[in-house]
Write a protein that binds this ligand. Structure first.
Ligand SMILES: *Cc1c(COP(=O)(O)O)cnc(C)c1O
Length: 267
C-alpha cells in the first residue's frame, strides 16, 4: 500500500505488543506517522495528541503500555474502564482514563468518579447526570460532543444539525469542560469516502466557534483511529484515538463495534 492510501480496514495485520520495547516501538512509529502527517498537511508540530486506546486488552498489557510511557488510556465501555481503574489505581496512581464510548446516564456516577475525559457526550440527560455527580465529587470533566458524521443509524452521536442547540445548553453544567467534538468516521477502505466525515466535523466546530458566544473553548477535534488517523489529521484532527496500531489486533473485528460500509466488503 502506498503512503497516501493507508489500509483502513485490514487491522488484523497489526502485530501484538507483548513487551515494553514492543510498545515503545509501536508508539514511536505511530508518533512518527503523526508528525509526518502534520508536516505533509501543513499542521503545526505538536498540534495532534495521541490517545492510546486499551479496550479489550488486559491489565498485564496495560502495565507494559504504562512502562512505555502511556499515562492516559481510552476505553469505550464504562464497566471495563472502571474495572481497570480499580485494579490499577494504587499501583499506578498517575494513570488516567478517557471514556470514549457511549454512556447511559445511569453510569454517569461511575464516570464522574474516575474518568479524566469523556469523548461521547450526546444527550442532555447524560450531561445533567454527569454534572450532578461531578458537583458532589468536587471534580470537573473534559468532555467532547459526539457527532454522527456518517448518518448511519447504528452509530451514536448527534445528527450534525442538532449540535448547535445541544452546545447552547451545556454552560448550565458547570463541571463539564467542553473541549471539542468527536466522531467515528465511516468504516471504509477508501479514504475519499472517509474524509467527508472528518471535514464535516471540522466545519461544524468552526461554525460553533463563530456562532455561539461561549464556544471559544471548543477547539479540539477527537477523530481518527488506527486505520484512518492520517486522513483525520489532514482534515484537522487534534486528538487521534489509536488502539490496534499500538496494542496489536483485537480479537473482535471492527464490525463488532460499528457498521462497516458496503464498499468495504469488496476491497
Ligand atoms: C476502539 C476505538 C478506537 C480505536 O480503534 P483502533 O482500531 O483500535 O485504533 C477509537 N475510538 C473509539 C470510540 C473506539 O471505540
Amino acid at each position: 500500500m502506498s503512503e497516501s492510501a493507508p489500509d483502513l480496514l485490514h487491522t488484523e495485520h497489526y502485530p501484538t505488543s507483548t513487551s515494553v520495547e514492543a510498545f515503545r516501538e509501536r508508539i514511536a512509529l505511530v508518533q512518527q506517522r503523526i508528525d509526518a502527517a502534520c508536516v505533509r498537511y501543513g499542521r503545526a508540530a505538536g498540534d495532534v495528541r495521541l490517545l492510546t486506546v486499551s479496550k479489550t486488552f488486559g491489565i498485564d498489557r496495560i502495565r507494559l503500555a504504562y512502562q512505555a510511557g502511556c499515562r492516559l488510556l481510552g476505553e469505550n465501555k464504562v464497566q471495563e474502564a472502571e474495572g481497570k481503574y480499580e485494579a490499577l489505581r494504587e499501583e499506578l496512581p498517575d494513570l488516567e482514563w478517557a471514556v470514549i464510548g457511549h454512556l447511559q446516564s445511569n453510569k454517569a456516577k461511575s464516570v464522574a468518579r474516575f474518568a479524566s475525559e469523556f469523548h461521547a457526550l450526546d444527550k442532555l440527560k447524560t450531561a445533567e447526570a454527569l454534572d450532578r455527580r461531578l458537583q458532589i465529587e468536587g471534580r470537573s470533566l473534559d468532555v467532547f460532543v459526539q457527532v454522527n458524521t456518517s448518518s448511519e443509524d447504528s452509530k451514536f452521536g448527534l445528527p450534525p444539525e442538532e449540535v448547535h442547540a445541544f452546545v447552547r445548553e451545556l454552560p448550565q453544567f458547570s463541571a463539564l469542560k467542553v473541549k471539542g467534538l468527536m466522531t467515528l468516521a465511516l468504516m471504509d477502505a477508501d479514504p475519499e469516502r472517509v474524509r467527508p466525515c472528518f471535514a464535516l466535523l471540522r466545519n461544524l466546530r468552526d461554525q460553533l466557534r463563530n456562532d455561539i458566544a461561549h464556544a471559544e473553548n471548543i477547539r479540539e477535534l477527537s477523530m481518527g483511529m488506527s486505520g484512518d488517523y492520517e486522513v483525520a489529521i489532514a482534515e484537522g484532527s487534534t486528538i487521534v484515538r489509536v488502539g490496534q496500531a499500538i496494542f496489536g489486533a483485537r480479537a473482535t473485528p471492527n464490525n463488532f463495534y460499528w457498521p462497516v460500509s458496503d464498499t468495504a466488503t469488496t476491497s
